[in-house]
Ligand binder design. Structure first.
Ligand code: HAM
Length: 417
């Protein structure tokens, strides 16, 4: 492995890629603000217990994928594998615990020790939203609508919304018993992971993508059929609210999601541009246990994987956001011209105009090559005669046309704005 590459499953975000990342982030900030969401930045690592309690010990992420380490004080810390648990840990100090609504979003890196593949990274980035404190099916629907609004704004259309209900804890034993009775006789023909899931967390069998398991899973009973009338009504209200907003969805009884904190609504968004069934975003309503007290905190939210959003944009043929190039490149012929241009560039930059120049004297050819490489829109050559006359030729780099201008920051700023 070359030492110039970052560790497997991680990537540099290069200067030419950064403008598109910024677009995704800034658009999220703009759209989420329309719905009253405010940005919350939590630490990149938390006490391990935040995730163990929050996501559940039996969650694959907690069991197999966390980057956990001990600090010098002997505390167990973990790089955040997702955003919800840390956000809820932060909000637990507020009145969200007493049913007061809090609307927050976050943007940043997450870490999971997964096998790297296209769209599956060890360090990946999420744009996520959490609404804590209130329980309401209309809120769940509004959250989904906000996600679709955001995707549309960044040019992503053509997604399929898969929707399901996980009911509440009290609904689960009857559904689990039905699943147990159904899967037990099939287990010897199913994968080893599913046999383990049967013992530890039978719901996760429904999520299995192995060919040998699919036929059994497709025939499995719909767990929601065993849920209480109250849970069924909650789900109907979510569906009705989505329909009222003109949002199409597919009810997928086998959608359980990979994290164990979900109750009621769960959803995933899939796009053909990613190939297969890989989700670009997922979320739902949850009841999360807080560290120390073990108190439950309610919320609804989702996260979209930024790498996957970028892959879909590319598959849709949306060009990357171009880098900001210098508006003008100042070419210096001689020491006096260089000193003049350094001062001129400083004034132009303060006036909000991106200016480029070489900070040492070089040949005209070499400086013009730099102007081309940086894709400057204009250039101006300053030498002894220009300094004398106070005038110079402003060259349009695209069509090589030239016009005479006064060699002052004000005159240039007026010309270039
Ligand atoms: P999640 O489904 O685990 O949910 O992740 C959400 C999104 O993050 C996925 O749909 C995917 O786009 C992206 N993602 C996950 N793992 C990877 C990976 N290894 N590489 C690249 N992208 C990945 C959660 O994280 C929940 N916290 C979402 C949520 C918020 N539920 C309620 N509130």
């Amino acid at each position: 492995m070359s030492k110039s590459s970052p560790p497997p499953g991680t990537s540099d975000i290069l200067p030419e890629e950064a403008p598109t990342w910024n677009l995704l982030e800034n658009t999220a900030r703009k759209i989420f603000a329309l719905y009253g969401y405010r940005e919350l930045r939590t630490p990149i690592f938390e006490y391990t217990e935040v995730f163990q309690r929050g996501l559940g010990d039996e969650t694959e992420v907690v069991k197999k994928e966390m980057y956990t380490f001990e600090d010098r004080g002997g505390r167990s810390l973990t790089l955040r594998p997702e955003g919800t648990a840390g956000v809820m840990r932060s909000l637990s100090g507020t009145d969200a615990l007493n049913g007061v609504e809090h609307r927050v979003f976050y943007i940043g890196p997450m870490f999971r020790g997964e096998r790297p593949a296209a769209g599956r990274r060890r360090q990946f980035h999420q744009i996520g939203v959490e609404n804590a404190g209130k329980v309401s099916p209309e809120l769940d629907a509004e959250c989904i609508a906000m996600l679709l609004h955001y995707l549309e704004e960044i040019g992503i259309t053509g997604t399929t919304l898969y929707l399901n209900t996980r009911g509440v804890a009290a609904d689960r034993p009857a559904a689990e018993q039905a699943l147990r009775q159904y899967f037990e006789p099939c287990l010897d023909r199913m994968c080893a992971d599913c046999r383990e899931r049967f013992e530890r967390n039978i719901w996760r069998i429904l999520d299995c993508k192995q060919e040998c398991c699919r036929p059994f899973i497709e025939q499995a009973p719909d767990p929601a059929a065993f849920f209480s009338d109250e849970s069924k009504l909650y789900f109907k209200k979510v569906c009705d609210a989505l329909t009222a907003m003109g949002i199409e969805y597919v009810v997928e009884p086998r959608l359980v999601r990979g994290l164990d904190y979900y109750v009621h609504t769960v959803f995933e968004l899939v796009h053909p541009g990613l190939g297969g069934q890989t989700a670009i975003a997922g979320g739902g309503r949850y009841e999360l246990r807080l560290p120390e007290t073990g108190k439950p905190i309610q919320g609804v939210g989702y996260a979209a994987g930024m790498e996957r959003l970028l892959m879909v944009r590319e598959a849709l043929g949306i060009p990357p956001v171009p880098q900001e190039n210098p508006k003008i490149f100042l070419v210096s012929m001689g020491e006096r011209a260089l000193a003049f241009n350094i001062a001129l560039a400083a004034k132009l930059r303060k006036a909000g105009i991106a200016a480029g120049l070489e900070l040492e004297t070089k040949s005209l050819k070499s400086q013009m090559r730099s102007a081309d490489r940086l894709k400057a829109a204009w250039s101006v050559v300053v030498g002894e005669s220009e300094l004398e006359s106070g005038k110079a030729m402003l060259k349009n780099m695209a069509d090589s046309s030239q016009k005479e201008i006064e060699l002052t920051a004000d005159a240039l700023a007026k010309e270039l704005c």
